[in-house]
Every structure is written in structure tokens, then in C-alpha cells.
Design a protein around this ligand. Structure first.
Ligand SMILES: Cc1cc2nc3c(=O)[nH]c(=O)nc-3n(C[C@H](O)[C@H](O)[C@H](O)COP(=O)(O)OP(=O)(O)OC[C@H]3O[C@@H](n4cnc5c(N)ncnc54)[C@H](O)[C@@H]3O)c2cc1C
Length: 467
């Protein structure tokens, strides 16, 4: 055994070292595998969805059960090692991993139990959306999750969770009914509205700040085949205006996502994705204005399985590509914001780059802003300025384009951002993190003071304790 202490980064960001004996003790305690740099499997375990993220943790602890999460927390706290928590690893900025610290990697915890009679699912934190949906759809049930099957249920739900069913059934966090959490003291807490209700409230939008959530209980809804798909149009002012008006008048059953993309012959195009989860004939009527709009280049709208709908956008975001992201909440598109989008669409820096508008409305918008930690309860789009490339040499140019486009859109947006779309709190500063939690920020600080006063959970859009 190597007798030299293991160099690490401490919770305060300084270099430190851990006795090898302590590392070996942790290895013995874990049901899963502990990986140090140079060990088999380390290189792939440190990689996340965004290929631009290149962090090198000192230790990656594969968690197999809740006791492993307890061991990671106790180790990080006792040795003051920087800790990050990995669910699906989909965070744009790679907050699931950390340079020089310990990663509690929950991605192997994939047990799921569906109770079709009570319409609930108990799901472990390593599940991805596609894996979760596959199990619940065996019973023609589902709950709101995101629009890319590779995303982790954990980070998505703990930040809010926009998705195709949000108009009818609220966000993912609105469908959370209980959770198992390991707190900074290493204690395992069950929480729900009735038990540890304050912590449960915080999990619904700011959950990465308070502990490691190992298990989620969701309520499920009957969801059969849906009417959905994509219509592609040439990008024009008229189609953006139509998309905005159409989305604003959408019934709860319908949710939209619009994406500025590079279309056929390299020209800017607008892909309108829709999902109608209700009566098909009514859905056909509702979608008519979109489908009748002139000049569509393609129309794939049809009755399709919910699983098919969930994977429709997968080809747009393969893992490993280099991505960057800047986001705004925007209530409606107006002439000036449309002009700005057209201007930046005319100079997309790479063919994979897009500007996306993901809708939140209906039930998700009618919940009181203080009912969950997620505060943005009004009709809006999560506007994502989203360049991507397979060639790392493109990175400086695409980042510059995204920052300029995002700045140019500033006059037309809310002082608000979806926490799961926030590229990097470090880059955008603390004001932006506050805007992510909105009016709930002060209450969240009190919760942080209670459950994590030493800020062990800090590799997130961080709520700083004040004691
Ligand atoms: C291609 C793509 C599509 C997306 N689509 C949607 C969408 O449709 N709707 C939507 O709402 N969002 C969407 N997102 C954003 C997504 O919600 C976030 O990236 C989310 O963080 C992903 O969760 P994860 O478990 O994969 O994240 P990770 O990167 O593993 O973690 C993200 C954050 O959550 C924390 N965390 C993870 N697991 C736990 C846990 N078990 N306990 C405590 N903290 C934990 C991490 O520490 C980190 O701070 C999308 C992202 C991408 C890249």
C-alpha cells in the first residue's frame, strides 16, 4: 500500500492531504467501489454528460446503498474534503464532480418499485429519466420528468423538473411525496409533508444544498399514448410570434418546446416540439393553427407512446459533446426579443448550436411560489442559449457568441433563472444564484443554517449559511 498521504482539496478550497489508512478504511466500508486516480475505471467515472467538463476528483466513491452515502458524508466532514454528489451527471457545469475532492457517485443506485394501485414509485437516486419512465409505463403510468432520457431524476427533481407533463401535472418536484435524505451529520432522515416538512419543502427546488437524497417517492398519473412530435419551419419572425401566441393559449394538456436550429441547407430553422396528453381529437383541433402554418419543412406529429415522446429530443444532445449554456426566464416573446433571436440565429457558431424555449405553464404555474422551494410560478419559457461542438477548438468562439446573445436578450427577460439551467454560479455570481431561488432565498438560508451550517454541500448553486 502507498504510504504517502493522498493530496486533496479541502472544503475551504485549500490543498490538504488525507492519510492512506483513512482512504483504505473508506474503501472497506463501502458496498460500492472507491476509485483513486490511476485505478481502473477512474477515467470513465470522472466523465460527465458535458464533454467540456474535465475535473479530476481525488476519490470517486461508487455508492451502492444509503450506508455508502453516510460513509461519504462522514468522511468528507471528518477530513474536511470537498464533496460533490452525482446523480445522472447531467448538470451543464459538471457540479456532480469536483477537482481534488470526493465524489459520492450514486449513479449505480437504480432500484425502482412501482405500486400501480397507489400510483406511486419509489426510485433510487441513480436512475435516469428513460430508466424510470420504462418501469412506470409498464403500468401506463408516468410523472413529470424532463425531455432527455439520459438526464438523472435526482438533480432534475431537486431543482424543479420541467417536462412534457408540467401543464397537466406540475413539475417533477410537485409530484415528489417523500424522500430519504442523508444530512451533513450523517443522519438518515425520511421526509415528506408530515415528517421533517421543512427539509421536504427545501428539496423541491433547492435540494442539492441540504444532503444526499438516496430515494425519491413520486405520485404517478395515468399517461397513455400522447399526441406529439415536431414541426420544422424556416426561421422567421412570424413563426416565432405564432409559437409564442400558440404556447400562451395552450391548455394544460399541451406543453411546447421551441428550438432555433440549423436546418436543411444550413439555414436557420425553428423546430416546434409539442406533447398533448389528453383526448386525441381535442388535441388534433388544438394543434391545427401550428400544423396549418405555411411552409413547414417537416411534420412528425402523430399519436405515439409516451416513451417515444420522451426520447424524441435525445439525438440533439448526445453525451460527451462539448456544451455551454446560458439561461433566462422569459414570460413572452415580443418584437424586440424576436429580432434579437433572429440576429443571433443568423450567426450560430456551430451546426449543433441552438436556442431553446421550454415552456412552464398550467398546473406548474398555478402552484403558490412559496409552496415549494422552486419559486418561478408564472407562465414562462426557460430560454436556453445553448452552443455545442465536437471540436474543442470551437469553444472560445461559441462561448463568446452565447454570452453576447444572452446579454442582448437581457432587456426582455425576468430577473430570474431556473437553477438547473444556471451554467455556473461562479461565472454569473451570487446575485444570479439568488435569482434562481427568488423570493424563497431567505427561507432557504434559514434551512441551510439548520441542516448544513458548515456548507458541506457546496458544489451546487450554493445557498451560503449565515451562522
Ligand atoms: C440535455 C439536457 C436536457 C435537459 N432537459 C431538462 C428538462 O427537460 N427539464 C429540466 O427541468 N431540466 C432539464 N435539464 C437540466 C437538468 O435538470 C439538470 O442538468 C439536472 O441537474 C440533472 O440532474 P442529474 O442528476 O443528471 O445531475 P448531476 O449533474 O448528477 O447533479 C446536478 C446537481 O444536483 C446535485 N445532486 C445530484 N444528485 C443528488 C442527490 N441524489 N442528492 C443531492 N444532490 C444531488 C449535484 O450535487 C449537483 O449539484 C436538462 C439538462 C440537459 C443537459
Amino acid at each position: 500500500m502507498d504510504v504517502i498521504d493522498l493530496p486533496v482539496v479541502t472544503t475551504s478550497g485549500y490543498p490538504g492531504a488525507i492519510p492512506r489508512k483513512a482512504v483504505e478504511d473508506l474503501r472497506q466500508k463501502l458496498g460500492g467501489r472507491l476509485l483513486c486516480a490511476g485505478e481502473d475505471g477512474y477515467e470513465s467515472a470522472r466523465r460527465v454528460w458535458n464533454g467540456m467538463v474535465d475535473k479530476r476528483p481525488a476519490l470517486i466513491a461508487g455508492c451502492a446503498n444509503v450506508q455508502d452515502a453516510v460513509a461519504c458524508i462522514n468522511f468528507a466532514r471528518d477530513y474536511e474534503v470537498l464533496l460533490s454528489v452525482r446523480g445522472g451527471g447531467h448538470n451543464y457545469a459538471g457540479k456532480a464532480v469536483c477537482d481534488g475532492g470526493l465524489v459520492a457517485d450514486l449513479s449505480g443506485m437504480k432500484r425502482i418499485l412501482v405500486d400501480p394501485l397507489r400510483r406511486t414509485a419509489r426510485a433510487q437516486a441513480g436512475l435516469r429519466l428513460g430508466e424510470f419512465d420504462r418501469e412506470t409505463q409498464r403500468f401506463a403510468l408516468a410523472t413529470t420528468l424532463g425531455v432527455n432520457t439520459d438526464t438523472g431524476i435526482a438533480g432534475l427533481t431537486l431543482g424543479g423538473g420541467y417536462g412534457w407533463l408540467c401543464g397537466k401535472h406540475g413539475l417533477a418536484c410537485d409530484n415528489l411525496i417523500a424522500a430519504e435524505v442523508v444530512t451533513a451529520t450523517g443522519e438518515i432522515l425520511h421526509c415528506s409533508a408530515e415528517e421533517n416538512g421543512d427539509l421536504f419543502w427545501g428539496l423541491g427546488g433547492a435540494g442539492a444544498n441540504f444532503g444526499i437524497v438516496t430515494e425519491f417517492d413520486y405520485c404517478l398519473h395515468p399517461v397513455g399514448p400522447v399526441l406529439g412530435g415536431m414541426i420544422l419551419y424556416p426561421l422567421t419572425e412570424e413563426i416565432l410570434r405564432l409559437f409564442d401566441e400558440f404556447s400562451a393559449s395552450a391548455p394544460d394538456e399541451l406543453t411546447t418546446v421551441g428550438v432555433v436550429v440549423t436546418g436543411p441547407q444550413g439555414k436557420p430553422a425553428f423546430a416546434t416540439f409539442v406533447c398533448y396528453c389528453g383526448d386525441v381529437a381535442e388535441g388534433e383541433r388544438t394543434l391545427r393553427p401550428l400544423r396549418r402554418f405555411a411552409n413547414s419543412l417537416a411534420d412528425s406529429i402523430t399519436v405515439r407512446s409516451y416513451l417515444d415522446m420522451q426520447s424524441l429530443l435525445d439525438p440533439a444532445w448526445p453525451p460527451g459533446r462539448h456544451y455551454y449554456n446560458k439561461a433566462h426566464n422569459v414570460r413572452r416573446l415580443n418584437k424586440d426579443s424576436i429580432d434579437t433571436m433572429l440576429q443571433y440565429a443568423a450567426k450560430l457558431p456551430t451546426p449543433y448550436t441552438n436556442i431553446a424555449l421550454q415552456q412552464l405553464h398550467g398546473v406548474a404555474a398555478r402552484i403558490r411560489p412559496d409552496q415549494t422551494a422552486f419559486p418561478h410560478r408564472y407562465d414562462h419559457f426557460d430560454l436556453l442559449v445553448h452552443p455545442a461542438t465536437d471540436d474543442p477548438a470551437d469553444a472560445p468562439n461559441m462561448i463568446r457568441w452565447a454570452r453576447e446573445c444572452w446579454e442582448a436578450l437581457h432587456p426582455f427577460v425576468e430577473p430570474a433563472v431556473y437553477v438547473n439551467a444556471l451554467e455556473d454560479g461562479v461565472e454569473e455570481g451570487e446575485r444570479r444564484v439568488r435569482e434562481a431561488y427568488g423570493a424563497n432565498y431567505d427561507r432557504l438560508v434559514l434551512l441551510k443554517n439548520k441542516y448544513d451550517p458548515d456548507n458541506l454541500f457546496r458544489t451546487n448553486s450554493n445557498i451560503k449559511p449565515t451562522i
